[in-house]
Design a protein around this ligand. Sequence first.
Ligand code: FPP
Length: 238
Amino acid sequence: MALFKKKETKNAAFTVLPKHIGIIMDGNGRWAKKRGLPRTAGHRAGADVFEKICKECGRLGIEEVTFYAFSTENWKRPKEEVDTLMRLFRDFLLEAKERIAETGNIRIKFAGEKEGISEELLDLMAEAEKTTAHRTGTIVNLAINYGGRQEIVSAVNKLIASGKTEITEQDISENVYTMPECDLIIRPSGEERLSNFLLWQAAYSEFWYSDVLWPDFDETDLHLALHEFEKRNRRFGG
Ligand code: FPP
């Protein structure tokens, strides 16, 4: 099975591509445990895969991809693990200019609640958003300190603050962090749940699950998900 998978799709072509993909980067801890390594080593390996998959989404011409990097609940994890994740985000953003130039035409955006995130990280995020804003390729949303319910509440609060007294679906769609529809949600590691990710955007998402742990996920797994997406008959309730 593994051999078959790796033979697949290096030069894959697709008849239809999702416009917006959401990816839950799950399984880092289990990947590290299997190797007798600390969980943080799993996150480090996961960060490399994140970059690889950004690059492939860019190459394929995906419009937007949202990576679930840190949830509003992840603050409950041990301090060392939280610090490692924050450092990985920081390192990525510090090198973003060069790396992203290498990676191609990628635009970085932040999706999440700012409160609780360090000033340094917020500044780096703002800088990355600014320096990549002119790019026309894939939008990469980094969901950090992100919760789907919190995102909807935050959209509603913005609308109330703007003086709205009656709120429509369109109003909320215009005030969520990312493209309002997510076509495909990818979750590796064998878990089959949404975990408070893109609740608004996932109303008509297709879901693709795999047992592969995120640090082992590669371009071929992405292609498998995209081939499966091509076959889905999307009816949007009609
Ligand atoms: C869930 O797996 C994963 C996370 C909470 C963190 C995901 C973050 C990364 C992969 C780093 C991304 C880096 C950049 C630069 C954006 P888990 O740790 O809960 O795994 P487990 O379920 O096996 O324990």
